[in-house]
Design a protein around this ligand. Structure first.
Ligand code: PEP
Ligand code: MG
Length: 755
């Protein structure tokens, strides 16, 4: 009787020898299929390889008509072979011709074979081809035979991935592995980057596939699993993992999977079939991934990621791989691919080499995206399947304007983008030339152009852009990218560095604006149904005076001997400003009592983001030293549209009559009280809307640093008084239906104003 477990082992041993022999690729493939057929007592064994054009081509066969090699072909999804590749699932049939997908290829002469067993050739869950055995007699292949064939398919996956088959690919054709693919995602930050793929979690390439000794490998797997379980328990017992919340849930799920008997058994089985421990982990990982990659249920997809992460950890254990060994040879133009990533991890990359970031998940508001935007690199998020489709070092283009990622682009596309990038660089050059030009309109009005910031990486942009100062410094970013609450001293040091790097230009610090879409992992309040309208920003600060006082003290100390400008976010009632002023007073007294030097000037302002303040404008203007309009939130609350939901937020226009009238009322109230007013929302970042703001009377705006150049170019050609007259007339005309946007665009065109 045949020894079941010895069968695949003998086969793998033979394959290992074949891989080592100096054979031409076709000869090697031919011998491989011959070996498999004889070992599995099958009359036929064939290998189909997926080409870049989505066709599965017969590359080698034992048993079918040899003349059909490189001629017989099936499209993805077509016939049994195409079905296996498309679904990445095996098919085990005792009567293949009865299967609805069966398609007869006359050139192969396969009509006499009844039973059929086919498995996908997988790599990272992606089909690269199909391996098939067939028999004349009607029979059911056993589970262990299926396992053995899957294991063998790994050897073929390795052969395809190393590019060995290129030599026997017909001229003009390419294999799927090198296919150009375009991934559609969402644009999270504008910009175009050309460069090379850097996988944030590099795939561990298992080259040592076939084992010498089953017992040793089983022991290695058991040891690695043991350490993995201990490390998860360790993480769970650490204090920084709060008792509840997502982080803990993820770890609990990991623990559950790490003890999952089904998972462990499948890996052990693969070792019994002749694989090394790491190859067994990889095989099961790839099978699981292939099965789950097609899931649409977000909960199950998340579980797939958990499983994948766990398998990666196990692979690292088994191969002694450390991601740091990857930093050598880091490309000069790197585009980082990740499923998800923490903000701090992005900061670990050499900034000068980064050209873009591709995320399979994420949201515009996620921390890593905030940091990437501050770094000024292109970001595409929700790029499904990006990590599995790319290999380290693949050439890639990221188009942050269109939300597209072109992996291994064709030459003409590459050329077109190179032109685009050149053109942009030229435009940037022109903007840079404006850096030292004073922002004075054609009719002689000096406009203050400031930039928004929140991290130290933003600071160099101050002198690069020629901004007058920082009109909005979002202090919550330091909290959002840190894994623990920054202590008072850390905050103080941070603010001091910001002021030092600003080199005397004014910086307006905004006190903590957390809550809503700004999530701080270690500071979780209760779940809220409407977080945007909930416990956030100044509300939270007033309820947690300790937190606010620590920040106020840090700001006062950091600005000792200098000027301190600070403002409060999301004020709803003027009374809130008074309450904070009292706390500030207490801090000032406290510091002077202990002989600390104080700022030589203090300016205290408020943001206008909540419509209720529109009916307290006169009190507000008298209460503060300055007002800054947060148009992102003011628009959201005025128009009742979620700013993060493109389905509704794109529906209404910031340049529509209602919103512009509101902004004009604010400017008028500020003028009445001679209170300086500025605007620091996204509206200031686009030349057209910035032009409208100047038209209704703003003389100071704050924007993203890259917008300073384009906005300055716009205002240098603008007669602001003339625009003001036309715009006011249009806003006061209650009968016109002409969209204001059209009026503004027309004005710019008539007056040659660059937008
Ligand atoms: C705003 O709301 O317009 C604003 C500038 O604040 P943030 O975008 O940080 O909410
Ligand atoms: Mg806001």
């Amino acid at each position: 009787m045949r020894d079941l477990s010895a069968g695949p082992r003998v086969l793998l041993k033979r394959l290992r020898e074949l891989m080592a022999e100096p054979l031409e690729p076709q000869e090697r493939l031919d011998q491989i299929v011959r070996q498999i057929a004889s070992n599995m007592v099958a009359e036929v064994c064939s290998v189909y390889v997926l080409r870049a054009d989505g066709v599965l081509e017969l590359y080698a066969t034992e048993g079918l008509n040899k003349d059909a090699v490189h001629l017989a072909q099936l499209k993805m999804g077509q016939g049994l072979v195409g079905t296996i590749a498309a679904s990445a699932q095996p098919l085990n049939l005792s009567d293949a011709q009865a299967h609805p997908a069966f398609r007869y290829l006359p050139e192969t002469g396969e009509e006499i074979y009844h039973s059929f067993l086919g498995v996908p050739i997988l790599r990272a869950g992606r089909s690269l081809g199909v391996l098939v055995v067939q028999n004349k007699a009607q029979r059911n292949y056993r589970e262990d035979e299926l396992e053995a064939l899957e294991t063998t398919a790994m050897v073929l996956a390795e052969m395809i991935a190393t590019g060995e088959l290129k030599k026997i690919t017909r001229p003009g054709l390419e294999l799927d592995l090198t296919r150009a693919v375009t991934i559609d995602g969402d644009s999270y930050n504008e910009g175009i980057g050309l460069g090379y793929v850097v996988l944030h979690e590099p795939r561990i390439v298992v080259t040592n596939l076939l084992n010498e000794d089953t017992e040793t490998e089983l022991r290695r797997l058991a040891d690695a699993l043991g350490s993995l379980r201990i490390s998860i328990d360790d993480m769970l017992s650490r204090r920084e993992v709060s008792m509840e919340g997502e982080h803990r849930e993820v770890l609990e799920t990991y623990r559950m999977f790490a003890h999952d008997q089904g998972w462990v058994r499948r890996m052990e089985e693969a070792i019994h079939n002749g694989l090394t421990a790491e190859a067994a982990v990889e095989k099961v990982q790839s099978d699981t991934k292939a099965r789950m990659i097609r899931l649409t249920d977000p909960y199950l997809r998340e579980r797939m990621h958990d499983f994948d992460d766990l398998a990666n950890r196990l692979l690292r254990q088994l191969t002694g791989f450390s991601p740091h060994s990857q930093t050598e040879g880091f490309p000069a133009d790197a585009i980082v691919f990740a499923r998800a990533m923490g903000a701090a991890e992005l900061l670990d990359y050499p900034r000068a080499n980064l050209r873009g970031l591709v995320l399979e998940e994420g949201a515009v508001t996620s921390h890593v995206v905030i940091v990437a935007r501050a770094m000024g690199i292109a970001v595409v998020g929700q790029a499904a399947g990006a990590v599995a489709l790319a290999e380290n070092g693949d050439p890639v283009i990221i188009d942050g304007d269109d939300g597209k990622v072109h992996v291994r682009p064709m030459a003409d596309l590459q050329k077109a983008y190179e032109e685009k990038v050149k053109l942009r660089a030229k435009r940037q050059e022109q903007f840079r030339a404006l850096r030292d030009v004073e922002p004075i309109t054609k009719d002689g009005k000096r406009i203050t152009l400031q930039m928004n910031a929140g991290l130290l990486v933003d600071l160099p942009q101050l002198s690069e852009s020629g901004a007058d100062g920082i009109g909005l410094f979002r202090t919550e970013l330091q909290f959002m990218i840190s894994s623990t609450m920054p202590k008072g001293e850390e905050q103080e040091n941070f603010y001091r560095s910001v002021l030092r790097q600003a080199g005397g230009r004014p910086v307006t610090f905004r006190t903590l604006d957390i809550g809503g879409d700004k999530v701080v992992s270690y500071f979780r309040g209760h779940e809220e149904e409407n977080p945007a309208l909930g416990w956030r920003a100044i509300r939270l600060s007033l309820d947690r005076p300790g937190l606010l006082r620590t920040q106020l003290r840090a700001l006062l100390k950091a600005a000792a001997g200098a000027e301190l400008k600070m403002m409060l976010p999301m004020v709803t009632e003027v009374a809130e400003i008074r309450a904070v002023r009292e706390l500030l007073q207490k801090e000032v007294q406290h510091l002077s009592k202990f002989g600390h030097p104080l700022p030589k000037k203090l300016q205290f302002g408020a943001m206008l983001e909540v419509p209720a303040l529109m009916w307290q404008l006169d009190e507000l203007m008298q209460e503060v030293d300055f007002v800054s309009v947060g148009s992102n939130d003011l628009f959201q609350f005025t128009m009742a549209v979620d700013r993060g939901n493109a389905r509704v937020s794109d529906r209404f226009d910031v340049l529509g009559r209602p919103f512009l009238r509101i902004l004009r009322d604010i400017v008028r109230a500020a003028d009445r009280h001679e209170t300086p007013v500025t605007l620091c929302g996204e509206m200031a970042s686009k030349p057209l809307s910035a032009m409208a703001l100047l038209g209704i009377g703003f003389r100071s705006i704050s924007m993203s640093p890259t917008s300073i150049g384009p906005v300055k170019a716009m205002l240098l050609g603008l007669d602001v008084d003339q625009l003001g007259r036309e715009l006011h007339a249009a806003l006061d005309d209650h009968h016109s239906h002409l969209p204001l946007r059209d009026i503004l665009v027309g004005f710019a065109e008539d007056n040659n104003i660059p937008l």
